[in-house]
Design a protein around this ligand. Structure first.
Ligand code: ADP
Ligand code: MG
Ligand code: MG
Length: 199
């Protein structure tokens, strides 16, 4: 079962990973965006990690909702409200259980990803974080490792796509041939989840 410590480890591992990979995320956002994705997420996840050090709820759902609120209030770019909504809605779906199963987390993530899609209007194939999160959330029903692999594949598979949402869509066909920064950071968040599970 996944307890509050697991969710703290997930958020802490995500913050560390975003810190390590910030330059790469910003570099990916340079040809098809405005070169700020790494710094946007770095600012947000640093606040998430610091907040969870100060006040740490013992309820998994509350940890995710707290993290989501911090991302919404500290990240200026499109990714802040999108990831914030993902975490808040996932946390809300977990309710006030002290521990949840992997299957329950997969169900809750489905609600979170659907809320993110409703907010941004993106569907799979639009070259966004959705291309990573949908297959990852589906594979999480099978295993943590399957989710990690599906996320990585989803991120890489955005390269040949033409962007239909977000800043990259303004480039039309010129967005083809570049891996999407948000799909890449989503793969980091899923990898951090698997790391927290110790798998
Ligand atoms: P901004 O584009 O405002 O500078 P970021 O650079 O932080 O924001 O995030 C860009 C990423 O956000 C993109 O690579 C894409 O994955 C994701 N994104 C942008 N718009 C949408 C949307 N409408 N739906 C889903 N994801 C989106
Ligand atoms: Mg950007
Ligand atoms: Mg920006």
């Amino acid at each position: 079962m996944l307890d509050a410590d697991f969710f703290r480890r997930w958020m802490t591992a995500a913050a560390a990973s975003v810190d390590r990979e910030a330059e790469r995320l910003t570099a990916l956002d340079s040809p098809i965006g405005d070169a700020d994705h790494g710094s946007n997420l770095q600012r947000g996840f640093r606040v998430v990690a610091a907040t969870l050090e100060k006040e740490s709820p013992d309820i998994p759902g509350e940890i995710l909702q707290l993290a989501g609120r911090q991302l919404i209030s500290t990240v200026g770019g499109a990714s802040g409200p999108l990831y914030g909504t993902l975490l808040r809605r996932t946390g809300k779906a977990l309710g006030d259980a002290a521990e949840v199963s992997r299957e329950q987390l997969a169900q809750a993530l489905r609600a979170g990803v659907e809320a993110l899609m409703a907010l941004g209007g993106a569907a799979p194939g639009d070259k966004t974080m959705v291309d990573t999160l949908v297959p990852a959330m589906e594979a999480l029903g099978t295993s943590f490792e399957a989710a990690r692999a599906a996320a990585e594949e989803g991120a890489v598979a955005t390269t040949p796509l033409q962007a239909r949402k977000g800043r990259a869509s303004y480039l039309g066909e010129r967005s083809i041939g570049h891996q999407d920064p948000g799909a890449t950071s989503s793969a980091l968040l899923i990898a951090a989840l698997v790391e927290a599970a110790g798998e």
